[in-house]
Design a protein around this ligand. Structure first.
Ligand code: PEP
Length: 260
């Protein structure tokens, strides 16, 4: 099955009204150069309206970097899935390792976090927003050979939570923590093996869903390594951090996705 590639730009806590405008201008000016690629931008939530106004009516989509598992109420600082709908979000990121680390600091265990991510996943699906679930092993887990265990644990939990078919409305992003922001990307072969592992696990439940779900790779993707990663059969695009803050770099990655 041919899956449409997706390139997602996670701006993290970067940007200002002025710099966002410049970045959006730069990407939009070149948007014709990556047809047939889904592209989505994830600004800090305070800039959602600015991004919505610029991207509305274009081929680019947008979303936030996190959401609450709850719908409304006394959850200071949180943002709910219905609120994302108010701002036209098509996607939402969840489970990013930077969020995990912050939560871990306040004492939550990784398994508990996986269950919270599954609840956020359900909350997004309920509002028709596509969850992009980040999954990846830490440097320690990588060294201890625990990649498979860590990856499949979350895949299993989200299947248990919402059923396997829900994955056809979702996106998975393999993000090895040791590759994020380090300049040390996983090799295409390593990433391909982990993507295959996820797809095979899903296929045990439902072959058609396994074949259709988009699985992105994230971790130090740049213009110069994007093509080799995206040409792997089970890598359906990328989740891009640092390189999404520069229009030309980000566009080069989108173009790489368009040309494989
Ligand atoms: C990320 O934050 O999801 C990410 C992949 O970052 P970077 O591309 O900078 O490694």
């Amino acid at each position: 099955m041919v899956r449409k590639p997706l390139v997602a730009g996670n701006w993290k806590m970067n940007g200002s009204s002025a710099s966002n405008e410049k970045l959006l201008d730069g990407i939009l000016a070149q948007a014709d150069s990556f047809p047939a690629v889904d592209v989505a931008l994830f600004p800090p939530a305070v800039y959602l309206q600015q991004v919505q106004q610029r991207l509305q009516g274009t081929t680019l989509a947008w979303g936030t970097q996190n959401l609450s598992q709850f719908r409304q109420g006394a959850y200071t600082g949180e943002i709910s899935a219905p609120m994302l709908n108010d701002f036209g979000c098509k996607y939402v990121l969840m489970g990013h390792s930077e969020r995990r680390c912050l939560y871990a600091e306040i004492g939550l265990d990784q398994l508990v976090l996986d269950y919270i991510i599954a609840e956020k996943y359900g909350a997004a699906l309920k509002e028709g927003i596509t969850p992009i679930v980040c999954i990846g092993e830490s440097p320690e887990e990588h060294e201890q050979g625990k990649t498979e265990e860590v990856i499949l644990r979350l895949v299993d939990i989200i299947i248990e939570h919402s059923g396997v078919k829900a994955l056809s409305q979702a996106v998975l992003a393999y993000e090895p923590v040791w590759a994020i922001g380090t300049g040390k990307s996983a090799t295409p072969e390593w990433a391909q093996d982990v993507h295959t592992l996820m797809r095979e696990r899903i296929a045990k439940h439902d072959q058609a869903t396994a074949e259709s779900v988009q699985i992105l790779y994230g971790g130090s993707v740049k213009g110069d390594n994007a093509s080799s990663l995206f040409s792997m059969p089970d890598i359906d695009g990328g989740l891009i951090g640092g390189a999404s803050l520069d229009a030309d770099n980000f566009v080069a990655i989108c173009q790489a996705a368009a040309s494989v």
